[in-house]
Write a protein that binds this ligand. Sequence first.
Ligand code: CP3
Length: 354
Amino acid sequence: TANDSPTGPQPTATYDSAFLKACRREPVPHTPVWFMRQAGRSLPEYRKVREGVPMLESCTRPELVTEITLQPVRRHDVDAAIYYSDIVVPLKAIGLGLDIKPGIGPVVDEPIRTRADLARLRDLTPEDVSYVTEAIGLLTKELGATPLIGFAGAPFTLASYLVEGGPSRTYENAKAMMYGDPELWADLLDRLADITAAFLKVQIEAGASAVQLFDSWVGALAPADYRRSVMPASAKVFDAVAGYGVPRIHFGVGTGELLKLMGEAGADVVGVDYRVPLDEAVHRVGPGKALQGNLDPTVLFTDKDTVERRAREVLDAAAGLDGHVFNLGHGVMPNTDPDALTRLVDYVHTATAR
Ligand code: CP3
């Protein structure tokens, strides 16, 4: 089965796509574009197919996953697809009691707070997520030359949900564990690193051409704490998938002070939120990495001229980079006009055509 075979050579057309070339810092025919959260509530066709299907259940239905993943590719002509799933899917798959509450986010039945709680985090096997392997098999056939990005939540961001029990603004329980019981914290993150690595491997072996590790909430930490308490686990994930040769992207929000360390954790491409311009981010990250970003997603609530002016500023800031993947500085917001996204893709392609 697809599960047992290591990822073979990518079809040449995919390997030669603008997106993968930019990730490898090779010359591109145009700046590639995709959007975090490009699949989802901004699209009426998404809301239609999701009607009556709970979020986490939708992630286990290969035909539905395939359809939702393809929707933004068809509509916007983006340069990459991102696999429709969620960061908590592997945790659900190993039997943790959790759900995604509409308008709230992931909520955990019993938060992980003690050493005894760690026993609930067993290893993930490919059989736990066989629907992922099946869906990616369907998807890569449909996508042709368009690359598929697999993804997972990074250990810190997953831990933030597991320890808090749900979304948080302060991460007081998670950070208290990190500062006050560093051994328990390190063991928790190490467990999550193994689960995350296993989940990414499933996606790559099934045909994903790149992976993104979302450490969305890690911007809550000081660099010294990131280096000591988070980076080893994130590096373990990146190391585990290094041998496949697929680009590894790393993104978090509010990570201006962490960009260098996030690159050092093992990313080939560092995602930048909208707070740091790319011509500044490139100095913070240092040589040898491509950058991804970083138009403020709220710019899409303005008129066409303003969107184009702000997109132009992002492209100008990226002009000196030797690898740029255009994206938003965080995910597409649910009320975004999808036509504004389509126009933005066209603008970036036209403005950067070489
Ligand atoms: O198009 C894509 O980007 C692929 C799909 C995707 C989803 N979640 C689907 C989803 C991706 C990449 C994610 C990642 C994810 N999930 C992150 C990291 C990215 C980021 O935004 O920083 C995080 C922190 C989560 C956790 C999570 N899941 C949140 C905060 C929410 C929103 C809750 C809400 O209703 O506002 C979810 C739910 C979720 N995941 C939705 C989608 C399309 C919306 C739920 C729905 O449509 O019913």
